[in-house]
Structure formats: structure tokens, C-alpha cells
Write a protein that binds this ligand. Structure first.
Ligand code: GDP
Ligand code: MG
Length: 174
């Protein structure tokens, strides 16, 4: 059991997964978390983030600290015509922020999530099973290990992440 313990204590690849406001409003939080949990990845960070009520109106008019996260998160897309709509969508309600760890977790999570356009996402994937439009595609997953690190550092504060060894490690890792 010792090698598994050591392996599971080493920092593996990490990815940032976020359940978008539509996923939360539609009651899909448990369903989405369970897909990553059942696969065998390790959850190291989990929280709800909501723009404080008193700032919601200001948020709609100009950038505030809440939309800052989304603007920074999606900075590569800021010249796209759909960017303002995307920021409006992501700041429209609570999101569930998650950090997941595991060998190859970035690419594997993208496969579990499915194509950006839910109509093109394969059945069996989260978007393929649970969504119909690109602008309401319920979940985000980092597209590279570098962005995984960057996005986790953006959305989580120091001390919010949890280092732990799952009891099932020896039954998942050879
Ligand atoms: P992802 O990595 O699969 O999430 O896709 P991208 O990084 O290309 O885009 C980020 C997010 O922007 C997507 O998940 C969508 O929510 C949104 N998005 C991308 N393209 C479009 C579009 O053409 N229209 C709208 N409304 N949203 C888009
Ligand atoms: Mg992306």
C-alpha cells in the first residue's frame, strides 16, 4: 500500500472545473460532480461563488471584482463578438468552482465534458447528455495543464485547497 500512498500524495496534474450558472439553476450540481468523482479523480477544491447581491446591478453596467474573475478567466476570448454575452452568462448566478487532480486529468476531463457545442458533443458526455446550446453548456474545463494551474490560482484563495489521500487510492492506481 505504501507506493500508492506516496503516489497519491505527490502533486499530479490538476484542472479547474466550473459548473456554470445554468448547471446550478437546473439542479445538475450533484450529477456533474459525480461524473468526475466516479471516474476516479481527486477533488482538491470545491466552493460556490456568487456575485454579492448589492453589486449585481453594478456588475451589469461595468466590470466589478466579480466579473473580473470571468474576464481574466476568459481573457483569450475577449476579442470575440460573444464575449460580453459570455461574461453576462457566467456572472448571472452562482457557479461551483472545483479543482480536480489526477494523471492526465486535463484531457480526460475535457473528454468527460464533451464538445463546446452540446449538439456536437457525444452522448455520454456531460454536455452531450445535459445541454443543447453553446451559450448554455453547463460546465467549464481547463484546456491545458498550464491553464489548469492558472485558473485554480485565479478562482481559489490560499488555504481553500485541500491536500488529502483518498482511501480508494490503492484500488485506482496500480
Ligand atoms: P470550451 O473550452 O469548450 O468551454 O470552449 P471555448 O474556450 O472555445 O469557449 C469558452 C466558452 O465560451 C464556451 O464554453 C461557451 O460557453 C462560450 N462560447 C464559445 N463560443 C461561443 C459562441 O459562439 N457563442 C456563445 N454565445 N458562447 C460561446
Ligand atoms: Mg476553453
Amino acid at each position: 500500500f505504501l507506493p500508492h500512498l506516496v503516489a497519491s500524495m505527490q502533486k499530479m496534474e490538476e484542472t479547474y472545473i466550473m459548473i456554470k450558472p445554468d448547471g446550478v439553476q437546473r439542479g445538475l450540481v450533484g450529477e456533474i460532480i459525480s461524473r468526475f468523482e466516479k471516474k476516479g479523480f481527486k477533488l482538491t477544491g470545491l466552493k460556490l461563488f456568487k456575485c454579492p447581491q448589492e453589486l449585481a446591478e453594478v456588475c451589469a453596467l461595468s466590470p466589478c471584482f466579480c466579473s473580473y474573475f470571468c474576464r481574466e478567466h476568459y481573457k483569450d476570448l475577449n476579442s470575440k463578438p460573444f464575449f460580453p454575452k459570455l461574461i453576462g452568462y457566467i456572472t448571472s448566478g452562482p457557479v461551483v468552482c472545483m479543482a480536480w487532480e489526477g494523471d492526465g486529468v486535463v484531457a480526460s476531463a475535457r473528454k468527460l465534458i464533451g464538445a463546446t457545442n452540446p449538439l456536437q458533443a457525444e452522448p455520454g458526455t456531460i454536455r452531450g447528455d445535459l445541454a443543447v446550446q453553446t451559450g448554455r453548456n453547463v460546465v467549464h474545463g481547463s484546456d491545458s495543464p498550464e491553464n489548469g494551474k492558472r485558473e485554480i490560482a485565479l478562482w481559489f484563495k490560499e488555504g481553500e485547497l485541500c491536500e488529502w489521500t483518498p482511501a480508494q487510492a490503492p484500488w485506482l492506481l496500480e
